[in-house]
Design a protein around this ligand. Structure first.
Ligand code: CP
Length: 303
């Protein structure tokens, strides 16, 4: 199956996701044997207007492992002609002459969609704006749940943090809504709860969900804890940040076969002593990002 632009999670169907995950398994074998030269005629351009470690480097690593070539800037706002008054649209029209695919991280929530409107080559949304989406992060998150829990139907997932602005949380909620009997718990301070449009989407797709304001309320019943950051500056001083953090006390209340995910980077929301617990799956999740992104690129480059 050939993919074109990757802009938001809603565009994926269950058959496309299953094909992606099948290819992801194959990519593990490709990496184990040192990569392939199959895509040495392809060039990927990484245009990052905001900082990134995981997304940018895992896309670059994925392209190298596939035998392709990479053009990259992590400071596109400074190094593109937009400094001199040019537009994102013009930058995309120019860059598309030099590559077969553009991976874009842009500060505007509609940046990737604007780019796709004018681009003759596929655009991958690598995270857009505060409150936008980060679909490829959600693909690797979903794959990690599938790989660790051996199913997606019937999983119960707590999504924790600044869910108002959390683009990974938005994209993951949309993807999980495609599976049967999923239960979603949204854990956030009141002023950072999940957006109404996502709850309306869940209602339309008859997905069970609950909004709560403390990990304690749900920690003993979920299969997956998806932890994200809470910016301290946004937190009402009367609220204890600990209500949203995972430490060794919280671990003791979790199911023995549950997992903890985090898109990273983390600050205080998962204490470092949690890393030793086999349920801490966030570094395995990072590694899956390489395989999933290789699989995604292979679907975009399909003839
Ligand atoms: N998870 C994620 O998007 O990390 P980066 O900001 O480092 O790309």
């Amino acid at each position: 199956m050939k993919l074109n632009h990757v802009l938001e999670s809603q565009q994926f169907t269950v058959p496309i996701l299953m094909e992606l995950f099948g290819r992801t398994e194959l990519m593990k074998k490709v990496v184990a044997r040192g990569g392939t030269r199959d895509y040495d005629h392809k060039i990927m351009a990484n245009l990052f207007y905001k900082p990134s470690t995981r997304t940018r480097f895992s896309f670059e690593s994925a392209m190298h492992r596939l035998g392709g070539h990479v053009l990259s800037t992590e400071q596109a706002h400074e190094f593109s002609s937009e400094m001199d008054g040019g537009s994102l649209e013009d930058t995309i029209k120019i860059m598309s002459n030099f590559c077969d695919l553009i991976v874009l991280r842009h500060p505007d929530a509609d940046g990737a969609k604007r780019a796709a409107k004018v681009s003759p080559v596929p655009i991958i949304n690598a995270g857009d704006g505060a409150g936008g989406q980060h679909p490829t992060q959600a693909l690797l998150d979903l794959y990690t749940i599938y790989n660790e829990c051996k199913t997606l139907n019937g999983v119960s997932v707590a999504i924790i943090g600044d869910l108002d602005n959390g683009r990974t949380a938005h994209s993951l909620a949309y993807l999980l809504s495609k599976f049967d009997r999923v239960k979603l718990y949204f854990i956030a301070p009141e002023n950072m709860q999940i957006k109404q449009d996502i709850l309306e989407h869940l209602d339309e797709h008859r997905v069970w969900y609950k909004c709560a304001s403390s990990i304690e309320e749900i920690i003993d019943r979920v299969d997956v804890v998806y932890q994200t950051r809470i910016p301290k500056g946004k937190l009402d001083p009367s609220i204890d940040l600990k209500a949203f953090n995972i430490d060794s006390d919280v671990l003791q209340k979790m199911k023995y076969n549950s997992i903890i995910l985090h898109p990273l980077p983390r600050t205080v929301e998962i204490s470092h002593d949690v890393d030793q617990d086999p349920r801490a799956a966030y570094f395995r999740q990072v590694k899956n990002g390489l395989y999933v992104r290789m699989a995604l690129l292979s679907m975009i480059f399909e003839d």
